[in-house]
Design a binder for this molecule. Structure first.
Ligand code: IPM
Ligand code: MN
Length: 373
C-alpha cells in the first residue's frame, strides 16, 4: 500500500491560505497517527499569482500539480478584479485553466445536513432534515470553455455552449456508479425543452442507463430543479449536470446545510485530482481568523478517499462531526460562542490524536474548557 504522497498546495486568494493551513495541520496529524507521509509543495495561483508574476496560473504551478498525487486548493478571486469588467487577466482564469490542463472532468459536491446545525438553515427543519445529495458537475466543457467573443465597439458578445458524447459519457458513468452505492436514484438536470446540448445529455444518459438497470434515472429542467431543491431536497440522491447548471445549483443547494462554509468538493480526472471548498475567497474575512475551515477540511477527507486512505478519511469525518455536534465551530455557525479558524482546526487535530486515549475528556469543550482533564 502506498503511504508516501506528494501534495500540491495552492492556497490562492482571500481566506484560501487560512483554511488550507488548517487542512495541512490536520494532514500532519493524520500522517503521525496513521504512519503516512505527506510532502507539501506550495504554489501560486489566482490574484496572488497575478500580483507576483502577471499570470494567474504560472507554468511552475501547473508542473507542481502534474507531479503531485493530489492538489489541495484554497480559494480564488479578488474584488479588484470583480469590479473591473475590462481586466484582461483575471484570477478565475487560473482555476479554469488548471481544471482543463489537469483534465478534471468531474466535480463532486456532496451535501448533507447536520442535526446540530439544522436551525442555521433559512429553510424549515422538516423540509431539510435528512437531506443527503451528491452533485456531479461536468467541469471542463460547456459554456465555460466554448468559443468566446466580444466586439467592444458594436457592443456585441457571445459564449458558445458545446458538448460531445465523449465529454458527457465518463461523468454520467461515475454518477450512475455512485447512485448504485447509495439510494439508486440519478437525476439529470438540464434544459432539454430549449437547448440542443441538453437533448444530447438526455440521449447519452438514457443509453448509459441500460448498463445500470438497478438505478432509477429521471430528468428535471433546471428551472424546476432550482425550485425543487428548496421545496423538497430529500427527493434527490445523485444529480448529474453540465458545467454552468452545476455551478449555480450547487451554490443554491449549499444553503440547505446552513453554511456554504461546510461544503467540500473533489474534482477528478483520469490522472489528476484536486480538492477545494465550494466557497469563494471571502475577501472581507481575510486575515481575521473567522473563516470556517470545515469545507477545506472535508475536501481533505475527500482527498484521503481518493488516495485510498479509507481509515484516515473515516477518522477525519468522525472528528469533524464531533466538532460540529459539540458546536466547536466558527462564527457563521455559532455566533454566541464562536471559535477561530485555527481553534476549530486544532480541535479536530486533537480529536484525531487523542480521542482514543482515556485521559482526554472531549465533553469539556462544550463549556469552553481545555480538552485536557
Ligand atoms: C466554483 C466557482 C468557479 C466556477 C469560479 C471561481 C470560476 O464559482 O468553483 O464553483 O464558476 O466554477
Ligand atoms: Mn461556483
Amino acid at each position: 500500500m502506498k503511504t508516501d504522497f506528494k501534495i500540491a498546495v495552492l492556497a490562492g486568494d482571500g481566506i484560501g491560505p487560512e483554511v488550507v493551513n488548517e487542512s495541512i495541520k490536520i494532514l500532519d496529524a493524520i500522517a503521525e497517527a496513521f504512519h503516512y507521509k505527506f510532502e507539501f509543495k506550495q504554489a501560486l495561483v489566482g490574484a496572488e499569482a497575478i500580483f507576483q508574476t502577471g499570470n494567474p496560473l504560472p507554468d511552475e504551478t501547473l508542473a507542481i500539480c502534474k507531479e503531485s498525487d493530489a492538489v489541495l486548493f484554497g480559494a480564488i478571486g479578488d474584488p479588484s478584479f470583480d469590479n473591473n469588467p475590462d481586466a484582461k487577466v483575471r484570477p478565475e482564469q487560473g482555476l479554469l485553466k488548471l481544471r482543463k490542463e489537469l483534465g478534471l472532468f468531474a466535480n463532486i459536491r456532496p451535501l448533507k445536513t447536520y442535526s446540530s446545525l439544522i436551525e442555521k438553515s433559512p429553510l424549515k427543519k422538516e423540509i431539510i432534515d435528512g437531506t443527503d445529495i451528491q452533485i456531479f458537475r461536468e467541469l471542463v466543457s460547456g459554456i465555460y470553455f466554448g468559443e468566446k467573443f466580444t466586439d467592444e465597439e458594436a457592443g456585441y458578445a457571445y459564449d458558445i455552449c458545446k458538448y460531445n458524447r465523449d465529454e458527457i459519457t465518463p461523468i454520467v458513468h461515475m454518477a450512475f456508479q455512485e447512485a448504485q452505492k447509495r439510494r439508486k436514484k440519478l437525476t439529470l438536470i438540464d434544459k432539454a425543452n430549449v437547448l440542443d446540448t441538453s437533448r444530447l445529455w438526455r440521449k447519452v444518459c438514457k443509453e448509459i442507463a441500460a448498463e445500470y438497470p438497478d438505478v432509477e434515472l429521471d430528468f428535471m429542467f433546471v428551472d424546476n430543479a432550482a425550485m425543487q431543491l428548496i421545496l423538497n431536497p430529500k427527493q434527490f440522491d445523485v444529480i448529474v449536470t453540465e458545467n454552468m447548471f452545476g455551478d449555480i445549483i450547487s451554490d443554491e443547494a449549499s444553503v440547505i446545510g446552513g453554511s456554504i462554509g461546510l461544503l467540500p468538493s473533489a474534482s477528478i480526472g483520469n490522472d489528476n485530482a484536486m480538492f477545494e471548498p465550494i466557497h469563494g475567497s471571502y475577501p472581507q474575512a481575510k486575515g481575521k481568523g473567522i473563516a470556517n475551515p470545515i469545507a477545506s477540511i472535508l475536501s481533505t477527507a475527500m482527498m484521503l478517499d481518493y488516495l485510498k486512505l479509507d481509515h484516515a478519511a473515516e477518522k477525519l469525518r468522525e472528528s469533524v462531526e464531533h466538532a460540529i455536534e459539540n458546536k466547536y465551530v466558527t462564527i457563521d455557525l455559532n455566533a454566541e460562542q464562536p471559535y477561530s479558524t485555527s481553534e476549530v482546526g486544532s480541535f479536530i487535530v486533537d480529536y484525531i490524536k487523542y480521542s482514543e486515549k482515556s485521559y482526554y475528556n472531549f465533553e469539556n469543550v462544550k463549556i469552553g474548557k481545555s480538552t485536557i482533564v
